[in-house]
Design a protein around this ligand. Structure first.
Ligand code: SAM
Length: 260
C-alpha cells in the first residue's frame, strides 16, 4: 500500500540507496549500541540500521507509519529488534532510553531547530548524533565567529557538541524532493570537563540577548549583565557585536555573571 507524504510532518522520504548506504557508513553502528532513530518513516534508514544492531528504538508521530512499522515488527515481544515509540519527538523524554545513547535521523525540517534544542537538553546522556538537515541549518550549526551564518544556534550547540558537516545531499535523493539542499551533520557530545558553563539557563539568556539585536554592540545588548569595568576585566571589547564573540567568550561571560 502506498503512503501519501504529509507536508505537516515534514515527510521527504529517502530513496537514493547510495546516499542511504553512505549515511549508514557515517554512523558506523555497532551491534550493542543503544540507538534511537527520529522519524523512521517508511524505514529507509531503519532497515539497514537493523541489519547491524541488536536493537533499535524509533520515535514516530504519524499513525499511518506507526501502523506499518508495528505490522512489520510486532510489539510487546521482548525479542523484537525494533521498539516503536508512537510519540512526538519534541515531547519525548530521552532519559527513559539507555545511555550512552546514539541518536540518528532524517529529521522533519519544519521542526529541526526546536528538535535540536530538545536533544541538547539530554546531551549528558548522548554519545553522538547523526542527522540529515537542511544544508542552511547545518551551515549555521558549524559556523565560526564573524561569518553571516554564526548565531544563537551555533553557540548554543557548539558549547556542548563537537560538530562536523559530513556530506551534501541533493533534493533528488528524496520523494517528494524538498525545495532545499540537505546535508549530513555529526554531533559528538563534549566531555563534562570541557564544558565551562554551569548555569545553562543563564548562558542561554545571555546568548539570546546578544543575538536578539545582532547589529548592536555588546555594550548595548548585554548592559543588563555587564558594566564597562566587567568588559575590561573579561578582556572583551564591548564595541564588538555578538557575531564576533567566540563560544568560549560567551561561556566566560556566563561564568563571570554567575559569580556576582
Ligand atoms: N526516515 C525516513 C526517511 O529517511 O525516508 C523519513 C524522514 S522524513 C524527512 C521525517 C519523518 O519524521 C517522517 O516519518 C515524519 O512522520 C516524522 N516526524 C515528523 N514530525 C515528527 C515528530 N514531531 N516526532 C516524531 N516523528 C516526526
Amino acid at each position: 500500500m502506498s503512503h501519501k507524504a504529509k507536508k505537516r510532518f515534514g515527510q521527504n522520504f529517502l530513496v537514493d540507496t547510495h546516499i542511504i548506504a553512505d549515511i549508514i557508513r557515517c554512523i558506523q553502528p555497532k551491534l550493542d549500541d543503544h540507538m534511537v532513530e527520529i522519524g523512521p518513516g517508511l524505514g529507509a534508514m531503519t532497515r539497514p540500521l537493523l541489519q547491524q544492531l541488536k536493537k533499535l528504538h524509533v520515535i514516530e508521530i504519524d499513525r499511518d507509519l506507526i501502523a506499518r512499522l508495528e505490522n512489520d515488527y510486532p510489539q510487546g515481544n521482548a525479542n523484537t529488534p525494533l521498539i516503536v515509540h508512537a510519540q512526538d519527538a519534541l515531547q519525548f523524554d530521552f532519559a527513559t532510553l539507555p545511555a550512552p545513547l546514539r541518536v540518528v535521523g532524517n529529521l522533519p525540517y519544519n521542526i529541526s531547530t526546536p528538535l535540536l534544542f530538545h536533544f541538547a537538553k539530554f546531551a549528558n546522556r548522548i554519545q553522538d548524533m547523526h542527522f540529515m538537515l537542511q544544508n542552511e541549518v547545518v551551515e549555521r550549526m558549524v559556523a565560526v565567529p564573524s561569518t553571516p551564518a554564526y548565531g544563537r544556534l551555533s553557540v548554543m550547540l557548539q558549547y556542548r557538541f563537537n560538530m562536523e558537516k559530513l556530506m551534501d545531499v541533493p533534493p533528488e535523493s528524496f520523494r517528494p524532493a524538498p525545495a532545499v539542499n540537505s546535508a549530513i551533520v555529526r554531533m559528538i557530545s563534549l566531555p563534562p570537563s570541557e564544558i565551562l558553563v554551569q548555569d545553562e539557563v543563564l548562558f542561554a539568556k545571555i546568548v539570546a540577548a546578544a543575538f536578539g539585536q545582532r547589529r548592536k554592540t555588546l555594550r548595548n545588548t548585554l548592559k543588563n549583565y555587564l558594566t564597562e569595568t566587567d568588559f575590561e576585566h573579561l578582556k572583551i571589547d564591548a564595541q564588538q557585536r555578538a557575531e564576533n564573540l567566540s563560544v568560549e567568550e560567551f561561556a566566560r561571560i556566563a561564568v563571570f555573571v554567575k559569580r556576582d
